[in-house]
Design a protein. Sequence first.
Length: 131
Amino acid sequence: AMRFWAFACLLTLSLSLPAGAQTSEEDGLTPFELTCVFATECVDEDCAGTDFEITVTGRLGGDGPPPFGEMEIASIAETVQGSGEYDGELLTMLGRTAGAIHLLTSLPEGARYSVHQVGIPLAITYLGHCQ
């Protein structure tokens, strides 16, 4: 089953900084934006095709690597406020809405976005590789 997930899941993650992006003199934070496109969605253990997409934006700053900051995940389903780290390769973000806890982890070797429902034992997971 794990081998199937490794081959069946596709995630495209691209980094796009606005032209001339730089640290804001006002608050010392650096803005970023990532787009994630998912081809497979797994509800608990049952997987199916999807074309779900999220956009991750944030403002990073602080002392020493990896940069830590406020982040937001936006999709057609909802917008999630949270915090996390992004160093150009490793991205981790944790957020919570009234109905769910969201965790996004991305490495060059692969990525996972999980939504755990609050109040019921249900998890929706998106798996794939970052390109």
